[in-house]
Structures are given as structure tokens and as C-alpha cells.
Design a protein around this ligand. Structure first.
Ligand SMILES: [Zn+2]
Length: 439
């Protein structure tokens, strides 16, 4: 999908870069604190897409960017761009950043860390007197989470997909705020932006002007914390295959009077399918493959069932996630094959429905290798890690721009007010970002 740009070894002065990144930390801390104060809701931070709070985040970031002497602009969808011109203005530049919105009562660092890291990395290069070779642009992306807009079928990531020309306009109407009833289209319009400019294939970002997308983000799982490492270099954002409403139909009969060879027991059939798939998933992982397997719902109808009845119906869902599309396809095939086998053996019927697989987004191999080398060069302990959660980076990959992600260790999970990122870990990840953007 992407060619692999070579990252030359630019032998930066490690000590000078470290001293400069420490000098940039008061700017980062100041932004984290002022933005938290401006968007605190009593429990966590709330920055809904196209809200006053989200605008306030952009205003504070823009103010900091102007303080660094950056050029700023805003596109038709409210995304904020802050650019430090490079020595060669015609060469494709780096674009870095993340989202400025949050889930309701979320944590201060999800998304924001990536935008603040972009500004702090630029401040680091300025303090180290390293003039960038190419333009460095920091992007504050609008409306990534959209988690309170569940009423319709949409895939979130409104700001980045609109900018990249990947957003079907119908999703602006399908996404309805579950609290207020407002559509995303109306919210974008009311905030002063242009939903009518959401045109597939015609984004506001010309990706030909960029060399790659770099995104620093807190890790939203426990892996770095468990490994005792401050920084992760992301291999890929997992794709998913989800069958949302599966059903097994058997027959309700008497639990004492009907011998087993005459039964169509929906519970035992479903449990067999679920556990056979677990064994297959373990085999994939055992062979070094990447796969998570989750049965998030599994239930009988308590109104129809009783202790003396053979169960006649079970509803359930299946979810596979992997950074490897062929693994997803193999598991979908496996689920259908096993369901057919169990149907014949147990006289039941399975309806699995569609799995609608989403492609994984693989991070650029050259960028990844460069980040691993950079971390070693800067004495930052790191590991390679897959991202289980979705990020704006996947949209850039799908648009055809090579991308890379830096994860920063974060305790207590994410999408809650207790997420905890250590500023020393952030400084390490931000320094690695600055190192990368200097190349
Ligand atoms: Zn995020």
C-alpha cells in the first residue's frame, strides 16, 4: 500500500536533544493543565465534538503555537494546523498530531497528548537549534471519539476522515447525539464549519504534500505498564471482524422425557462453537499470530427458558481482532465451518450473519525501524506493540499516507478520568518524536 521512505541516520547530539526536550516540558505541562482546567466537568474532562469545550482546546493550542512562531490555519471541518516552515518548503513535510475531543468524563491525555507532543517536539528542536529540513505540521483533529453519537451507523473519526476525503456524507446524518438528538452535521454547522464540504475523494488535506503521519498516543491497555517500559513503537492498528447478532436455533423440549439423541440443544451447541473457536484462536497465537477473540454477549431468553426445558434458542456475538487480515479471514472461515459441523451433529441451526471485516492499518515498516533505532539512540527503553484501539493514524494509512505511532505508558486504562501518564514517560516519547521529525 505504501512505499517505504528511507530514514537516514542523522546522528543528532543526544545530550543536546535531551536537554532541549526537558526545556520544552514546562510548555507541555502548562498546556495539559490549562486545557484540563478549561474542560473539567467535575469528574473528568468533557470535550464533545464541535462543542465550546473542544473549541477552547483548539484556542489554547493555537495560542501556544503562535507563541512558538508557527503558522496556523483551520480547515472547513475545524481541524487545526500549526506549521513550522522547514529549510526546503517544497519537500514533503511531516504531519503529526492526534484528536482534541474526548469521551464524556474522560481522561486528559487521550488524544491531547499527541497534539501537545507535536508542539513540544517543535519547541525541543527550536531549543536545540536544529532547523527542520522540511515543514513540520501539528494537526489538532476534531471529533475522533464521537462516542456519545451511537444512534446511527457511523465509524467515528469525523475530523480526520473529512480532511482526507474518506467520510461518506451520510454518516453526518446517521450520527445522532444520544443525549441531545443533534446530528453531527448540525453540530459541525453550528460550530461554524462546513458539513457541505464533506465530499468523498476531495479532502482538505493534500497528502502529496506530506511524507508521513506521526501520532503519539497514550497506550490504552496494560502492556507497557506490565513490561515496565515507558514507550512503545506501534506495529499496526488491529482490524476487526464482528458478527453482531448471531443466533442458534434448536428446539424447546422436556428436559427429562427427551433422550439426548432426539434433542436440539441450542446452549450446548453454542458453547461447543464458542470453545472450539477459542482453541483455534489459541492455536493462532501459539504459532505467533496476533489475535483477540471475544464473545461479548451470550444469552437465552429467560422468559422462554426454565430449569426443566431443553433450551431452544441462544443469541450471541463474535468478535475477532488482528493486525493481520488473513488471520481475520481464517477465523471467519473457521467459525462458518465449525457452525456447519455442529449444526449437523447437534440438529440445530446457526445464523452468524455478516462479519463485515475492517482492514488492519499497518504502520510503515521504514518509519517503525527508524523509531526503534531512534529509541535505542536516545537511550529510551521501548518495545514494539500492536494497537488494539482505533486511532486517526489508521485513516491516514487508508488514505495512502505512510504512518507511525508512538505509544506512551499509561496506568488505569483509558476513556476514564483516572488514566495516568507520567510526565517523564511523555518526555521520552515526545523526544523520540522530535528526533524523528528532525530527520
Ligand atoms: Zn484517542
Amino acid at each position: 500500500m505504501t512505499d517505504t521512505p528511507t530514514i537516514p541516520d542523522a546522528h543528532l547530539d543526544r545530550a543536546a536533544l535531551t536537554a532541549a526536550s526537558r526545556q520544552a516540558m514546562p510548555l507541555a505541562r502548562g498546556l495539559f493543565e490549562s486545557i484540563r482546567a478549561a474542560t473539567f466537568d467535575g469528574t473528568g474532562v468533557s470535550r464533545p465534538p464541535y462543542s465550546e469545550q473542544e473549541q477552547r482546546v483548539c484556542d489554547l493550542l493555537r495560542e501556544a503555537a503562535l507563541g512558538l512562531g508557527l503558522q496556523t490555519s483551520v480547515d472547513a471541518f475545524g481541524n487545526l494546523y500549526m506549521t513550522l516552515p522547514g529549510r526546503d518548503r517544497d519537500a514533503p513535510g511531516w504531519i503529526t498530531g492526534s484528536h482534541v475531543d474526548s469521551v464524556p468524563s474522560g481522561g486528559n491525555f487521550d488524544g491531547l497528548a499527541g497534539v501537545v507532543a507535536g508542539l513540544a517536539a517543535i519547541a525541543t528542536l527550536q531549543a536545540a537549534r536544529i532547523p527542520p529540513r522540511v515543514d513540520l505540521t501539528v494537526m489538532g483533529v476534531r471529533a475522533e471519539e464521537a462516542s456519545a453519537w451511537y444512534a446511527g451507523a457511523h465509524s467515528g473519526h469525523f475530523g480526520s476522515r473529512a480532511a482526507l476525503g474518506l467520510l461518506p456524507p451520510a454518516e453526518l446524518d446517521a450520527a445522532v447525539n444520544t443525549r441531545t438528538g443533534t446530528t453531527m452535521r448540525a453540530a459541525m454547522q453550528a460550530a461554524g464549519f462546513r458539513p457541505d464540504q464533506v465530499i468523498p475523494g476531495r479532502g482538505s488535506l493534500d497528502i502529496a504534500r506530506y511524507r508521513g503521519w506521526l501520532e503519539l498516543h497514550i497506550e490504552q491497555g496494560p502492556v507497557l505498564e506490565g513490561a515496565g517500559l515507558p514507550v512503545g513503537v506501534v506495529t499496526a492498528i488491529r482490524g476487526a471482524a464482528r458478527a453482531r447478532s448471531c443466533r442458534c436455533t434448536g428446539a424447546y423440549t422436556h428436559s427429562g422425557a427427551v433422550p439426548h439423541e432426539f434433542r436440539s440443544d441450542a446452549v450446548l451447541a453454542t458453547v461447543e462453537l464458542v470453545s472450539v473457536l477459542e482453541a483455534q484462536a489459541e492455536a493462532v497465537r501459539g504459532a505467533g499470530g496476533d489475535l483477540t477473540y471475544t464473545v461479548g454477549k451470550l444469552f437465552t431468553d429467560a422468559q422462554l427458558h426454565s430449569i426443566t426445558k431443553v433450551p431452544g434458542q441462544v443469541d450471541f456475538c463474535l468478535e475477532f481482532r488482528s493486525q493481520d487480515r488473513t488471520v481475520l479471514d481464517r477465523m471467519i472461515d473457521g467459525a462458518r465451518r465449525e457452525a456447519a459441523r455442529i449444526e449437523a451433529a447437534r440438529r440445530v441451526r446457526f445464523e452468524l450473519g455478516s462479519f463485515s471485516p475492517q482492514n488492519p492499518a499497518t504502520m510503515d515498516a521504514g518509519f517503525r525501524a527508524a523509531l526503534v533505532r531512534g529509541a535505542a539512540d536516545l537511550d529510551i527503553r521501548s518495545m514494539e506493540i500492536a494497537s488494539g484501539a482505533g486511532h486517526d493514524a489508521q485513516d491516514f494509512v487508508h488514505a495512502g499516507l505512510p504512518a507511525a505511532m508512538i505509544f506512551v505508558r499509561n496506568a488505569n486504562g483509558s476513556h476514564n478520568a483516572n488514566e495516568a501518564m507520567d510526565y517523564d514517560d511523555f518526555e521520552a516519547g515526545m523526544r523520540l518524536l522530535a528526533w524523528m521529525m528532525a530527520h
